[in-house]
Design a protein. Sequence first.
Length: 234
Amino acid sequence: MYDVDLAAVGALLGNPSRAAMLDALMTGRALTATELARTADVSAATASEHLAKLREGGLVEVVSQGRHRYHRLASPEVGAALESLSHIAPAKPVTTLRQSSRARSLAEARTCYDHLAGRSGVALHDGLVERGWLVPEPGGYGLSDLGVEGLLGWGVDVMAARSARRRFARPCLDWTERREHLAGALAAALAVALIEGPEPWFVRRSDVHRGLRPTELGRRRLADLGWQPMERTA
């Protein structure tokens, strides 16, 4: 571990405002500096300083679209690293109803950068394995013929996932469920289809909030895979 500078990354993550910005970018979406400033509750000038440090540190990159500049995580590896840190980071104290609702929504369904996580993501992973659509192989999963047919029926771009320059499909430990959800190129294609497709299973709760809300179609499809929604507390 002495050949890498972990302290440099730790310093970037150690600032609460920068951590809040990175958490917002874990939605998998590109956001403007103004949106990230609002999320971190800092001024535009302060947000620009934080974003410059995150870019220099290789955690964030800028995408230009016309006259607009958007920020996003630099790579899926950054997203995976941030998600892994969630396993050892202490939980934030919940003192308000809004914080409790947010924590519950994240535990139920959320994006883990570019794939689905939470109770819903775990149910999806388990259901695909039990149906025989996902086939265990060294280093992760492959797809059976039945899996290809089934996912194409859900609108998943399987061919694009196969051609992506990253691992096709692998398990990823879910930090709220302590069980595995699906990660990799296939999981990213699956998330696009189930969130942005013509028949979505989920809708985003906010552009800067990772929480997802299952649609009626999503609830039915997830129930077929063995999902049970979280019980509401009094």
